[in-house]
Design a protein around this ligand. Structure first.
Ligand code: PLP
Ligand code: COI
Length: 360
């Protein structure tokens, strides 16, 4: 695979400083986009070509674009953080690049070389560096994605694709700061089955989740927790986050079953928790284990983790069978300690012992 050079065609009309600063004062999540984007094309027989950094702009889509019909599309999410010296660094872009390749393989799409993925993110962040927030844990969220750009209604892998990276300043994913979320255990709908696309970051997984998310809201909950497709018994993950269960000094996360997303935050926390002296494990946790751990007091905290959401405590659980609150329903000590330790590395306040930060 050859790596194309990214041609720079910057905007002659970037947003005025005052307008950008107003957005950075209250960015929300995924509502505002920076001045530029990167686009790279792939064509059968030619490979990757026409790599460009261009002004952020709408795309023109043919009504018979294959993605609109058959959903051959994948994406990633990673963040760029302002460092204490004013420079900017991204967190584990290589891990995202590798997961993007794994998603491409599952969706029968071409694999983008790891170095091209990283270079595309770097070029965009360098150009739009002024959009990286300087306050607290706010960051610039990068959204690399790829979709079939061929026109036609035949059901087969496309022979043309478009890869893009866009960027959006991000404050807290859940408005209201770190407050425990309530979760609904989805017994009627499943997110992914063995052999399906659950371990890939592909749009269809999210489309299929929306009806269950609506059901969660109807039951007064913030988020869905997915169970395994066969027994509807084993905890898998949440809509956009992995889960961790804290038993005092022992921390357990559901093992990678093949139908849940191998989260990069999840993997980072396995390491950080071990560094902090916790006993960490990947294992199977059933709904009954969760309920019982709560009743007998052995389960002290539950939290969710992901790039967009960072670490968010889970405060209460509802299902068709039972409702319960997790410990005292307040953010737990271990949850908050891990959250702080992760953010300290990302924002350059702590040493980067695992060499996860990618300076620009
Ligand atoms: N699970 C799902 C379904 C997700 O969409 C995400 C978000 O990316 C995660 C887990 C967490 O993954 P990561 O930590 O790599 O962001
Ligand atoms: C992320 O955390 O990067 C995600 O993709 C989660 C969500 C916004 C889909």
């Amino acid at each position: 695979m050859t790596t194309p050079t990214i041609e720079l065609k910057p905007s002659s009309h970037p947003l005025a400083d005052a307008e950008r600063n107003a957005i950075l004062g209250s960015p929300g999540f995924g509502r505002h986009f920076t001045d530029h984007m990167v686009t790279i094309k792939w064509t059968e027989g030619r490979g990757w070509h026409d790599a460009q950094l261009v002004p952020y702009a709408p795309l023109s889509i043919d009504p018979a674009n294959m993605t609109l019909h058959y959903a051959q599309t994948i994406f990633e999410g990673l963040k760029a953080y302002r460092q204490p010296d004013g420079s900017v660094a991204t967190f584990r872009p290589e891990a995202n690049a590798r997961r993007f390749q794994a998603s491409a393989r599952r969706l029968a799409m071409p694999e983008l070389p790891v170095e091209t993925f990283i270079e595309a993110c770097d070029v965009l962040v360098r150009q739009d560096k002024a959009w990286v927030p300087t306050e607290g844990e706010a960051s610039l969220y990068l959204r690399p994605f790829m979709f079939a750009s061929e026109v036609g209604l035949g059901v087969r892998p496309a022979n043309e694709y478009l890869f893009l990276v866009i960027a959006s300043p991000a404050g807290a994913y859940f408005s209201g700061g770190v407050k425990p979320v309530s979760v609904w255990l989805s017994e009627e709908y499943v997110r992914a089955a063995p052999g399906g696309t659950g371990a890939a970051k592909t749009g269809g997984n999210y489309a299929a989740s929306l009806v269950a998310q609506a059901q969660a809201i109807e039951h007064g909950c913030d988020q869905v927790v997915w169970l395994d497709a066969i027994e509807r018994r084993w905890i898998e993950e949440m809509g956009g986050m992995n889960l961790y269960f804290v038993y005092g000094n022992r921390i357990v996360t559901p093992e990678l079953s093949g139908s849940l997303l191998p989260g990069i935050t999840r993997d980072s926390l396995l390491n950080i928790a071990a560094d902090l002296g916790y006993e960490v494990a990947e294992g199977r946790i059933s709904v009954d284990d969760w309920k019982r751990g709560n009743e007998d007091g052995s389960l002290t905290e539950v939290f969710a983790c992901g790039t967009a959401a960072v670490i968010t405590p889970v405060g209460s659980v509802k299902s068709t069978r039972a409702d319960w609150s997790v410990a005292d329903g307040r953010p737990g000590e271990v949850t908050m300690r891990l959250r702080e330790a992760l953010l300290d590395i990302q924002t350059g306040r702590a040493a980067d012992a695992h060499h996860w930060m990618h300076p620009l």
